[in-house]
Design a protein around this ligand. Structure first.
Ligand code: 6PG
Length: 248
């Protein structure tokens, strides 16, 4: 089940996303004693993470994972782990044992294997069922590090893969569509007019996941919620996804 919530601007988008994140976290901890989330990288979520850091959340019961990581050390400027630490984890009381980073400093295949093993150990199953997966979307329609025309697009078995991205001339480590689609909730965060054309293609265009990998994300027994601002939603039809609630 997919839904879309449109917000007037980026500030409203991040406030709405923070409220939704907090509600899901509290719900999971109340119901099951823990909350598991796979964080998104890139630049969009930084403002959300900063908002979350100041909120009264059940931090001790929250476990943080990543949807993908660059093939760099954890202190590298491009590290998704570093971004989340600076914006959120270093500013909240999350126990170190609750932070499960992808070890981007290792050989990419080794990092993928170690992360898959940690997920299997933590979730007690081959496929992790995250309470929440946060995802961004690039201007080329990629999500996590599943880029157009790359091996990860067609991956139907592995949970985590090392993915060579020719356009970046770089390896990435990423959860695959089977892993992402096993989540209870997926929340896409899309902000800015530069994403409006690709957002329309992904949501309203023909299914073409090799060109638009974000279209792979269709949780088999979970919710897919698009949180977008008006600038990003500028080219969508009024009834995009059928349930396009417009928040203030
Ligand atoms: C990454 C992210 C990636 C990101 C998109 C959007 O490692 O870069 O996981 O999928 O979400 O590239 O990035 P922006 O938020 O910077 O536009």
């Amino acid at each position: 089940m997919a839904s879309l919530r449109e917000f007037a601007d980026a500030d409203a988008l991040f406030a709405g996303a923070a409220a939704r994140f907090a509600a899901l976290a509290r719900e999971a901890v109340d119901a099951r004693g823990r909350f598991t989330v796979a964080l998104a990288g890139g630049s969009t979520p930084r403002a959300l993470y900063r908002l979350l850091a100041g909120m009264p959340l059940p931090w001790g019961a929250m476990h943080f994972f990543w949807g993908d990581e660059r093939h760099v050390a954890p202190d590298h400027a491009d590290s998704n782990f570093r971004m989340a630490c600076e914006a959120l984890l270093a500013r909240s009381r999350v126990p170190a044992a609750n932070v499960h980073r992808i070890r981007g400093e290792l050989a990419a295949t080794a990092a993928a294997e170690l992360y898959a093993a940690e997920l299997e150990r933590f979730f007690g199953a081959r496929l992790p069922r995250f309470d929440l997966v946060l995802l961004g979307m690039g201007g080329d329609g990629h999500t996590a590090s599943i880029f157009p025309g790359t091996r990860a697009v067609g991956e139907t078995r592995s949970v985590v893969v090392a993915n060579w991205v020719e356009k970046l001339a770089a390896e990435r480590i990423t959860l695959t569509a089977p892993a992402l689609n096993h989540a209870a909730h997926v929340m896409f965060l899309v902000s800015g007019a530069d994403k409006s054309a690709v957002l329309r293609e992904v949501i309203e265009g023909p299914f073409d996941p090799d060109r638009l990998p974000a279209q792979l994300i269709r949780p088999e027994s979970g919710a897919c919620e698009w949180f977008v601002d008006r600038a990003a939603a500028g080219e969508l039809r009024e009834n995009a996804l059928g349930d396009r609630s417009c928040a203030s």
